[in-house]
Every structure is written in C-alpha cells, then in structure tokens.
Design a protein around this ligand. Structure first.
Ligand code: ZN
Length: 285
C-alpha cells in the first residue's frame, strides 16, 4: 500500500467531506432563515390578533347616568302608595318630610315609622311648618326664623342628616352647586348653608294640578328625563334630581303611572337610582 497514495486519497476525501459539510450547512442555514421568516411573521401577526381579540372580548362597561327620585311633603295620604311601589320596584329614594305632618295623625306617624325602617327610604328635612303653611315670602324674608324652622324639624324627628329642601323654592346650596330661583330668598338660603345645611333643589318636576292629579303622562315624563340628560340641562352632567309629591299617589291611576315610570326607566338599562346623600357635593364619600 502506497502511504503517499493513501495519504493523498485521505487528504482529498477530508477536503471533499469538509466542502460538502460547508455547502450543506450553508444551504441548511439559508433554508432555515428563508422558511423561519414567514413563521415569525405569522407568530407576530397571531400575537397582534390575540391582543386585539382580547381588547374586543373585554366588556366595556357603559357609565350609567344617575336619577335621584325625591318625594316632598309627606307623610300624608299618598305616602303608603309610594312606599308599596318603591318596595316592589326596589329603587332607593329620598323623602323630604315635613315635621308637623309626622304628628298630623296616628296614621301619618305610623307610615313615617314604616318608611324609617326601610333601607330604600332616606329621610331628609323639608322644614317643620312647610314655610309657615305656604307663606313663602314671609318665611324667606327673615333668614333666622327659616333656619329655626329647619332646626325644629331636625330636632323633633332626631334627624342626623343635614340635607334639606326648601319649601316652594328651588334652592341649591351644596359643595358643588349654588343657585337660588327667586332672589329674595338668597339671604335665607345663605343663612341655611352657614348653619351647616345642604339644600338640594331639583332638575325636573312631575307637576300636579289643583285637583292633585298628575299633569305629565308617564311617556311625557320619560321623554323629559331623556331630554334633560341628552341636552345636558341638569345642574350636574349625568345626574338628575326629580321632584315628585307623595299626596298625588293616593290616586290609584296616578300611582300606576308612577310605577310604570320607574319600570320604564329601569328597562332602559342606562340609569342608576341613588339617594340624594350620594349626589356630588352632598356625598361625604
Ligand atoms: Zn313642599
């Protein structure tokens, strides 16, 4: 055996083998790069779809608007109807009560005790005498006596709330809103605020006529609520205080209208109901 010849053959074989290995490696590298590229893109694309899908899948909770249902002048002959409807519908409301109405009869005292037991009813102060029996000008002309009338109501009913509604006047004195509808009441309104009261007026009223019957139909009231929000006609955007009066709902037709009204607002699923203590500028949260 020629060692040189064998050596030559061996060297040549090693050279060829190395050349093949380099060529194969280069080809493999090329293929790997070529085919891995679309794969990477696909992965990236897939990832971005997943993020988009996740964004889409996450339910976006629509912020609801808030309605504060308030009833003035109770307790009286309509308060029991209001109580039944509110308990059936399970919506929170605020009752602005008149001190002397609580003591007006045993029936009124009893119904007052009942609403005080229910978490759905928040009790607030509507003065003791309802402005000396609707003598509004006289009542508001002397700020001190107006303040004393609210203090008398709070003391006699042991109210801890400072929330009030002024009889016959749409007055606001909260941390966020200050407004007086009839300017001759301004001094009394300021005095009430200086004495620590928070006066909450209303954005919309469900009126009644001299026969104590509702003026607006249920549909009209729903439209007025929708429109007040849509046109931003409330004191604070997305918050609406609605004024109603207990005595009207002693009538069965009108109490049916109240229940229908609440039902329809609930069905819309765009409104929340709260008590006035949660209103911005009144709430201590
Ligand atoms: Zn009133």
């Amino acid at each position: 055996m020629d060692p040189d010849s064998g050596g030559y053959i061996n060297t040549s074989t090693i050279f060829k083998t190395s050349l093949l290995t380099i060529t194969f490696s280069a080809f493999y590298f090329y293929r790997t790069e070529k085919y891995s590229q679309p794969f990477k893109l696909t992965l990236e694309k897939k990832d971005s779809i997943t993020v988009a899908e996740k964004k889409q899948a996450k339910p976006v909770k629509k912020k609801k608007k808030t309605i504060y249902l308030t009833f003035d002048d109770g307790p009286n002959k309509g308060t029991r109807s209001v109580m039944h409807i509110i308990e059936q519908e399970q919506v929170p409301v605020t009752l602005f009560v008149v001190g002397e109405h609580v003591y007006g009869s045993r029936y009124q005292s009893a119904i007052y005790d009942s609403v005080c037991q229910s978490r759905l009813f928040e009790i607030a102060n509507h003065s003791y005498t309802h402005a000396f029996g609707n003598r509004f000008e006289k009542f508001y002309a002397v700020p001190d006596s107006a303040v004393k009338d609210f203090i008398r109501c709070a003391d006699s009913l042991h109210l801890t709330t400072r929330i009030i509604r002024t009889p016959g006047r749409n007055i606001w004195r909260t941390d966020s809103t200050s407004c007086t509808d009839i300017k001759t009441s301004t001094a009394a309104a300021d005095s009430l605020q200086q004495n620590g009261f928070k006066a909450v007026g209303w954005d919309l009223e469900w009126h009644f006529d001299d026969k104590q019957r509702l003026v607006q139909t249920t549909e009209e009231m729903i439209n007025q609520v929708d429109s007040a929000f849509a046109k931003n006609k409330t004191k604070i955007t997305d918050h609406l205080v609605l004024l109603a009066h207990d005595q009207v709902y002693a009538n069965s037709q009108d109490s049916a209208s109240l229940q229908q009204f609440i039902n329809k607002l609930k069905e819309k699923d765009e409104y929340d109901f709260e008590q006035v203590s949660k209103y911005p500028g009144v709430s201590t949260d």
